[in-house]
Design a protein around this ligand. Structure first.
Ligand code: A2P
Length: 345
């Protein structure tokens, strides 16, 4: 198998570090690793397969100089906006983890288990977008349900971990936990979030939009429709909770009018779907939780139940490690499918 020069932009961040771990675990065909970050990280190292590799400062020339084949961008939308074109110009495929390119009709937005066929559109602009983390874990469970019954509408409330705000988010929860226990909370810094996050939930993730939804909620709405290629009605309420890692979601699906939900059929369809597992034994206190999904590549689904009033409605709960399933692992799975595609030509 051919080997590739792989750049990670944002190599010192939460997702960047996870990308290296997932690449190692999946034995990604790496020739050279090129870790890129800001000048702040110059002189630091990342570890890959037992070797220390020096972090380089990102510049317009980073891609050409290092003959990069695959560039994973995970350093924020403004960095992708500025630098992705240099990677593409140098001949690399860009797999972008930010929201910058996701709504561009010419750029595929891919969850490999759900819409792998879209990867071939990478030739349009040399870029493949990795969807929003909450969207990825939701569509992984929606796809088999849509195939089973046909979805009309989705209502979702999220319980999003602080790791969605990168290392800064995790640090802020840690610090505030310590400050809470030592009665110093009034002096605690509030920077990564708009409000104190320890001992609190914040019903707003990302910025406010004019339609009274937040940007995170609009990402879930628009990206779900783009990935599933369907005009499904979606309403989302995104909430930040003081969990370190793994997002949870409470989801209600409304199917076509004539559907009569059979929970056993639903369970089987979910169990058959790649990288989805069902944990659903309420009487024995068994259901998906962040402590189960953290550090795994699986989306766990449970609390399956038919609505008490409408035959065509299903309620369930889903959790996934959003740094992996919602970012790093999804990106690597995209890259592996991309390799399969270009090598088959
Ligand atoms: P650095 O650590 O050098 O600032 P997180 O998502 O955990 O907050 O991480 C963000 C990542 O994006 C880090 O690796 C960070 O590098 C990187 N980054 C931030 N700003 C820049 C920049 N101007 N150029 C390159 N990388 C950047």
């Amino acid at each position: 198998m051919k080997k590739y020069n792989v750049a990670v932009i944002g190599a010192t961040g939460a997702v960047g570090e996870e990308l290296f771990r997932v690449m190692e675990e999946l034995d990604f065909p790496v020739e050279n690793i090129i870790p890129l970050a800001s000048a702040k990280s110059f002189g630091t190292y990342i570890e890959y397969k037992g070797k220390e590799i020096g972090v380089q400062v990102l510049s317009e020339n980073s891609f050409k100089e290092n003959s990069v084949d695959i560039a994973f961008f995970s350093a924020g939308g403004s960095i992708s906006a500025k630098y992705a074109k240099y990677a593409v110009e140098s001949g690399a495929v860009v797999i972008d983890n930010t929201s910058h390119f996701r709504s561009d009709d010419d750029i595929p937005l891919v969850v490999p288990e759900v819409n792998p066929e879209d990867i071939e559109l990478w030739t349009n602009k040399g870029i493949i977008a990795n969807p929003n983390c909450s969207t990825i874990q939701m569509v992984l469970s929606l796809k088999p349900l849509d195939e089973l019954y046909g979805i009309k509408r989705v209502d979702v409330s999220t319980y999003q971990a602080v790791s969605g705000a990168g290392k800064a988010g995790m640090k802020e929860l840690f610090t505030q936990m310590q400050d809470l226990l030592t009665f110093n909370l009034s002096d605690s810094e509030i920077e990564a979030f708009k409000h104190q996050i320890v001992n609190n939930v914040i019903p707003a993730v990302d910025v406010a939009m004019d339609n009274s939804f937040t940007k995170e909620e609009m990402k879930m709405i628009n990206e779900t429709r783009k990935i599933l290629h369907k005009d499904i009605a979606v309403a989302a309420t995104c909430v930040r909770v003081p969990v370190l890692r793994s997002h949870s979601e409470s989801i209600t699906v409304t199917f076509e009018d004539d559907v009569e939900v059979d929970v056993e059929e639903v369970r089987e369809a979910l169990e058959r779907f790649e990288n989805v597992e069902v944990i659903d034994d309420l009487k024995n206190d068994s259901y998906p939780m962040p402590i189960i999904s953290t550090d795994t590549d699986i989306t766990y689904v449970g609390r399956l139940r038919k609505d008490l009033y409408s035959n065509n409605m299903l309620h369930y709960f889903n959790v996934a490690d959003q740094v992996r399933v919602g970012a790093a692992t999804n990106s690597i799975r995209i890259a592996l499918k991309w390799i399969e595609l270009v090598e088959s030509k």
